[in-house]
Design a protein around this ligand. Structure first.
Ligand code: HEC
Length: 129
């Protein structure tokens, strides 16, 4: 392969890479995976509890929702839904709350998982500002 061809392949690669979308993730978009089961309206329960104001809440304590014994027990350990705890839970719910009735595998895709988790946590955190 001659040098000119090599250089134009190089230039094409640079162009192609810069045209890729950035990996900024929209938390509201990620929440589409949650909203079959969760409302963001204050006090509105679906299959799961309302997630309005969940950041800072003690697990299993929203009045009017019937939690699993496992989730209530988790809250009684003194746990709080801060960003770190939510990040762990949303990676693989059953690893943190063994018998949770939240039937969701987790946002644990190797490539996008962490960005998705952080984005949806920031989105939830912003709801009650
Ligand atoms: C298939 C239904 C379903 C999906 C999808 C789902 N959840 Fe849940 N979620 C539940 C249920 C049911 C509970 C109650 C768990 C329990 O009591 O063990 C719950 C509990 C929770 C809790 C604890 C709330 C509290 O008051 O202690 C958080 C936080 C949560 N879900 C976040 C999410 C997020 C964020 C997503 C999307 C990435 C999501 N869930 C997707 C059903 C679901």
């Amino acid at each position: 392969m001659n040098k000119t061809i090599m250089m134009s392949i190089g230039a094409a690669l640079v162009l192609a890479t810069s045209a890729l979308p950035s990996f900024a993730v929209d938390g509201e978009d990620v929440f589409k995976k949650c909203r079959v089961c969760h409302s963001i309206e204050d006090g509105k329960m679906k299959v799961g509890p309302s997630l309005y104001g969940v950041v800072g809440r003690t697990p299993g304590t929203l009045t009017g929702y019937k939690y699993s014994a496992s989730m209530i027990a988790f809250g009684e350990t003194g746990a709080v839904w801060d960003a770190a705890t939510l990040n762990t839970y949303l990676t693989k719910p059953r690893d943190l709350v063994t018998k949770t009735k939240m039937i969701f595998p987790g946002l644990n895709d190797e490539v996008t998982g962490e960005a998705d988790r952080l984005a949806v946590i920031a989105y939830l955190d912003g709801l009650d500002d």
